[in-house]
Design a protein around this ligand. Sequence first.
Ligand SMILES: [Zn+2]
Ligand SMILES: [Zn+2]
Length: 102
Amino acid sequence: MLCPKCKRLMRPEAASKRWVCSACGTSTKMGGGGVVTHSEPKAKQMTVISEKIATNPTAKEECPKCGNDTAFWVLRQTRGADEPETRIFECTKCGNKWREYQ
Ligand SMILES: [Zn+2]
Ligand SMILES: [Zn+2]
């Protein structure tokens, strides 16, 4: 740590958590202040979403919105125990979601 004023070596002063220059008396705060390191690349959200969808099985279902003939599907358990599970479709092309009626 060099003194910003006279460029001489500063010494750490534990009591006040500061760097103190013995030549001119200039002091700077330890840690935080000078060095700034925050350049971590952020994870791309879009990649995460598409990976999640890709794990679902696909079925030959026509999308009511865009007419695409392939859709992902997941089973969604309904509340009533005597009711059958419902398949939720999601268009592979436009992302439109709809449920299968039985
Ligand atoms: Zn100094
Ligand atoms: Zn669609």
